[in-house]
Design a protein around this ligand. Sequence first.
Ligand code: FAD
Length: 392
Amino acid sequence: HAGNGLPPGGGPRMGEVAVVGAGLTGCLLACFLARRGYQVTLYERRPDPRGRPPERGRSINLALSERGLDALRRIGLDGQVMAGALPMRGRMVHPVRGTPGFQPYSTHGDRAINSIGRGALNDALLAAATGRPGVRAVFGHRLTGLDPASGTMTFQTEDGEVKASAPVVLGADGAGSAVRGRLLAYGTLTETVDLLDHGYKELTIPPHDGDFALDPGALHIWPRGTSMMIALPNPDRSFTCTLFWPADGPGGFASLDAPEAVERHFRAEYPDVMPLAPGLVEDYLRNPVGTLGTVRCASWHAEGRVGLIGDAAHAIVPFYGQGANCAFEDVVELDRCLDAAGDDWAEALPLFEARRRDDTEAIARMALANFVEMRDKVASPVFRLGKSVEHA
Ligand code: FAD
């Protein structure tokens, strides 16, 4: 056997796995590994997120599509998650002047992508993971060191530095992955991180007279060329808007630094939004600008015992609405690779990378291409007559 201390063959009690990051990928992965019989410890740098409001301006609502739902279905979580989701059957394109136009995602208007809050989804996955035998979550543990040869991890905690080790360590710690950073330092990984000039800022359209202020059955888009805003509905009948604009320099977020300038800009560019969003100016001035980028790296594994998964391996820009969906697909594929390799991690981890690399590179390119489509082409009359391909 690979010598990583794990029994082959998927017996009822498998070895231990440390999953770094209790985000969407880490929690779903823990569910799948627990089902295989592994003892899983989730190490998360944040405090337990359940019941806490999201960080201001970082709530993020996701479009969950069939790829992600398929993964949830396999462990019986689709019903619970979909209960809090709102189906969006097409995009509603808002011109500067004139009536918004609806473009259905499917010919008969019967297929949808689903708006869901990232926090709510994370809470549901975390509860599902920790509710399974063999899974525990440790919060307030930020990974700062890793020796891939021995599986020894170092964490920064409130009480100082803590060490732990596991036969298998999986980095599900997101786009800025510390596990990826340790593999880079170890010399088994190379990476490129392409940051987009555009950043994003969240704004809110609250309920209007207790109801949705816009059609909740659509993903709303305000294509404006260099900038673009989208809005997705929430179960509390508000909409979370995400404005994409160059992060620095003139003609971007930094160009609006006073309340009057923000109001003037939105009245000119997004005139139908202003009356629906009384707190917009305050939101704009207080909420942070998030960065967006594409992470490409290889190898995703080292020493037959350390691996990367989800955004940690292949973060993408959000314009195709596929980052989390793609990460969920990763989890299903890793599970299949463990089947194929009889739970030999030294075999399963390279197999996983070989099977996922082309697909994740393709979605990274498509996500960048869809930015041009969403901010520009959806508004063109030719496109409106043609076929829409978003969020497959
Ligand atoms: P993350 O969600 O980043 O989770 C990583 C976890 O690891 C976090 O809990 C973090 O606290 C923890 N962590 C980080 N570092 C450490 C450390 N050193 N030690 C311990 N723990 C650590 N995807 C879609 O599918 N559809 C969409 O519509 C969509 N829209 C998006 C819109 C925006 C504006 C953005 C920014 C993203 C969007 N995404 C979308 C992408 C989606 O959010 C990500 O792909 C998804 O969150 C990736 O999950 P993850 O668990 O791999 O990483």
